[in-house]
Design a binder for this molecule. Structure first.
Ligand SMILES: NC(=O)c1ccc[n+]([C@@H]2O[C@H](COP(=O)([O-])OP(=O)(O)OC[C@H]3O[C@@H](n4cnc5c(N)ncnc54)[C@H](OP(=O)(O)O)[C@@H]3O)[C@@H](O)[C@H]2O)c1
Length: 226
């Protein structure tokens, strides 16, 4: 892995990923909305920034050219298919052999075998309905984005994040295939470690065409699972 593109680089997860990717010695290219470019100032010349919406196909085409890894923050903002537009552009334009890593939440299921708590089910239902009614987000579009990724024969990984918190790194999160597995019960990951998992996945062949659900390695459920 030598050159990676981070799509959604200016957000909280994105900035952590930039840090981890630079620490690994990768050449880093980032895409973020024009109004957010200054959030990346502290990285200076160490990254090349393509200003633009992450569903702008022309921007994505240019940004991913020559990258052997693409890290994409999938977000459901607005009601104009932002997440699926982003995912489709990455699937269409990334180099055929590139590792493609996407972020999303536990609410995404690959095979329908995830077992969700009433709390998560209620949150998704309520937030989904209110967000769509007020037109600020469309959770179904993040589902559609992931459906397209799961159907693709690229070297994808969809990393499904638990609830997140800030704080110092505790190390690489642990993962499991299904929400509801005991190891995931604590439902908490430090955002910096979510980013660590995303960047680490670039060089982890075992995660190709997997949708790991992750949890912090120091949480009680992870420790109990040994
Ligand atoms: N938050 C959670 O508790 C949680 C839990 C599990 C999984 N996740 C997943 O983690 C990933 C990162 O989420 P996060 O909550 O931590 O947020 P984040 O890293 O801060 O990322 C938010 C992203 O959305 C962009 N954005 C914000 N408002 C936008 C708008 N109106 N139109 C277009 N783009 C907009 C931001 O770009 P700008 O910098 O330009 O604003 C940024 O790239 C997502 O894939 C999410 O599904 C989050």
């Amino acid at each position: 892995m030598t050159k990676v593109c981070i799509i959604g680089a200016s957000g909280k997860l994105g900035q952590y990923m930039v840090r981890h990717a630079l620490d690994k010695g990768y050449e880093v290219v980032g895409v973020c909305r024009e109004e957010s470019v200054s959030k990346l100032d502290r990285f200076g010349e160490r990254i090349q920034v393509f200003p633009g919406r992450t569903d702008d196909r022309e921007i994505i085409r240019k940004a991913v050219a020559g990258c052997d890894g693409v890290l994409t923050v999938l977000v459901p903002w607005g009601v104009e298919d932002y997440a699926s537009g982003t995912a489709q552009a990455v699937l269409d334009f990334a180099e055929p052999a590139a590792r493609l890593i996407f972020s999303c939440g536990w609410h995404i299921t690959r095979d329908g075998k995830d077992v969700y708590s009433w709390k998560l089910r209620t949150f998704v239902k309520l937030f989904g309905t209110i967000a769509r009614a007020f037109r600020f987000a469309d959770l179904n579009d993040q589902v559609e984005a992931c459906r397209r990724i799961f159907d693709s024969d690229t070297k994808w990984t969809v990393v499904r994040g638990s609830d997140l918190e800030e704080g110092e790194s505790q190390g690489l999160p642990v993962w499991s295939r299904h929400v509801g597995d005991p190891i995931l019960a604590s439902n908490l990951t430090r955002r910096i470690d979510f980013a660590l998992f995303m960047v680490g996945a670039l060089e982890n062949e075992d995660l190709i065409q997997e949708a790991p659900a992750i949890v912090g390695c120091q949480t009680s459920s992870a420790l109990a699972a040994g």
